[in-house]
Write a protein that binds this ligand. Sequence first.
Ligand code: ME8
Length: 654
Amino acid sequence: MKKTFYITTPIYYVNDVPHIGHAYTTIAADVLARYHRLRLGKDNVFFLTGLDEHGQKVQQAAARAGIAPQAHCDRLAPQFVNLWKRLNISNDDFVRTTEPRHTWVVQKALQQLYDKGEIYQRAYTGWYCTFDERFWTEKDVIGGLCPECKRPVEQLSETNYFFRMSKYQEWLIAYIKQHPDFLQPRSRHNEVLGFLQKPLEDLSISRPKSRLAWGIELPFDPNYVTYVWFDALVNYISVPGYLVDDDRFFKWWPADVHLIGKDILTTHSVYWSTMLKALELEPPTTIFAHGWWTVNGEKMSKSRGNVIDPNAIVDEFGVDPFRYFLLREVPFGQDGDFSRETLITRINSDLANDLGNLLHRTLTMIERYADGKVPEPGPAGNLDLDTSLRQMASELLPLLDRHVAQFEFNRALEAIWGLVQAGNQYIDKCAPWVLAKTPEDRPRLNTVLYNAAETLRFLCLTLYPFMPAAAGEVKRQLGLLLNFSKPLLAHDISWGGLLPGTEIAKGAPLFPRIEASKTQGETCVNQEEPSTLKPPEISNQAPEMTPEQISVEDFRKAVLRVGKVIAAERIPKSTKLLKLQVDIGAEQRQIVAGIGTKYTPEEMLGKRIVIVANLKPAKLMGVESQGMVLAAGDQEVTALLTTIEDVPLGSKIK
Ligand code: ME8
């Protein structure tokens, strides 16, 4: 493994506030940075993000706001800085391209290239797209529109400075072919090679001040400013110390990963690589272009009014659910669609039901059965169960190393959730609540509790890069002594690292369930509002209720939830009664049900049922029942109620 890791995000334009797309790239980069800090230590990782403050887009946005470009940048920059703080982004530096430490390097690099004859001046006539800030040739333009953004282009004749990009075309093709990991995912590698089949032109790297004043002045001609892309790309070398501090610079360069969206693949793979070649610097190891987010199936745009503000999502759902969703929902190279419904489903099923439940039930049992301290494990009784859990935990980190190296965040999270589910199943199968009843089973109970807690320790470690706040909370509640900024040592990642006697501090549920019904309820209210609603006096004519009818309000008083039977046994001396332990997501219920003539305890195990969850607890044959199972049958039970679809445990029935 390489000793250092340098990762960058694009530097975003300050023409508007950040949105979910910017958050996506930055969160992904943060996960990689945190992951590598866990493996290499914090001093060997450098994570850079920042802002692209020059160019036409920013100048126009400032003009719209009626203020000077620099004032506009100063006004918007905190929106990015604050959002990254809120999203727990652990960047090591934050560059703004108007800073002297950057502009100085841009000018030096330009001068070097000019002195070497890599930059020359010539008159040029072409089709200019203001939005993309670039010229197109006659053959590129279709019907007077920019081939990229489909906006109208205008013919411009200008004398500009050009970088001899064309002379590196053959070199670049060969380099890409020889370095299959340079452009990722594979589809992007092919895309760029396809693009390079057409002759590459030289790149205009200047804009006359008469047309655009907001930029870095060319060091060799005060009538021009630098083209915004030439300026912006240089941030990747200016910040680590190019031409300023060789030791620092070559500690980091070549960058390991430039993480970008697929929209800026050409500028990075073609412009940047050839610029670096001309500067006699190595290209970055990998440029990874991820996919594009749409919202409810539509392109995000201000005019559609569907731009997702990450702050609003965080206000409503929290930081870690947002981070988790973005990386879990869609394979990293592919496009994805954002909707509240899918976000809520993920939160309820993966976070509240699976992970939250594992933590909650483990800590509850350690509190209840072991005085709130992680017990000393007894001898392993049921060896197969214990061994497979232990093996799965021990193999998790090497597996994650592979997924993370391939940018497979969704598969990494799937692998982590494999262990979450294994932990829950382990508890279901070992049934600590049954072991707790017999003093002879105490050693086995201790082993089971220890193993569940140790599984959570592995989860805490591996979840940290993805959900740092949640991992911090698991660490606190489990009483773990972990330092996430130090590289993991062998004993951290070997089974048995959790110290018996560790005092736990159970807290509030890690991820409260989101009541989807609340959102739907609000929508319903809106649907009833139109003028077709009957005026109030007509409601007086509503038919009277018959004695056996109840109002919808009466029905809503019953809270019905989906649960899963995780343990079942007969109640001694009763043929009819079964005692069930039912998992309803955020909690577990003991329910005594009169279904013993129809079902055996074994048949009930794992069954998905529906319970009345707000029934006053009652005792049946001396055993407490905290709910009621819904069943069909006039006299005898003939069938239990379940759901057709596999819904998250705890889902409400309406
Ligand atoms: O292009 N889905 O800045 P920019 C996914 N300043 N990612 C998205 C997205 C979406 N819908 N929208 C934006 C620039 N992004 C230049 C970069 S780098 C030297 C200069 C993300 O503000 C994605 O990473 O337009 C994309 O590449 C980037 O924001 C573009 O940000």
